[in-house]
Write a protein that binds this ligand. Structure first.
Ligand SMILES: [Zn+2]
Length: 123
């Protein structure tokens, strides 16, 4: 079940930062990005997917792709959260903590067209 995305209050911080859907903190780090380019109800969708430092561009039948939009364009951005996805493994003599990623599934934010709106939700 998708979770609506929320941001911090821009009126109090001069910016709006995306909040983690699990802990509510705003220390999210971006990872892979996938872009789905589809004209309204087009038979084919052009998918631009990150593969390491490269982008792979491929055209697929629209019914075969994981586009968050059922009819138009969509974007999926993966994130990891400093609070949910990290654990502290050691502290050196200066008191600095070394962090290790827990290897949890990345958080996925979908931004997509739906009936004239641009929706943002965690999928
Ligand atoms: Zn979190």
């Amino acid at each position: 079940m998708p979770i609506p995305a929320s941001v911090t209050d821009a009126a109090t911080s001069n910016f709006a930062a995306l909040k983690c859907p699990h802990c509510g903190e705003m220390y999210l780090h971006q990872e892979n990005v996938t872009i789905y380019h589809r004209a309204e109800d087009a038979r084919y969708t052009v998918v631009m997917a990150q593969n390491g430092h490269d982008m792979v561009v491929t055209k697929f039948p629209s019914e075969e792709v994981m586009n968050p939009s059922s009819r138009r364009h969509g974007i999926v951005i993966e994130f990891w959260c400093e609070y949910c996805n990290m654990e502290y493994t050691s502290v050196d003599s200066a008191g600095n903590e070394t962090q290790m990623n827990k290897g949890a599934e990345p958080l996925k934010l979908a931004i997509y067209q739906h009936k004239g709106y641009t929706l943002m939700e965690w999928v």
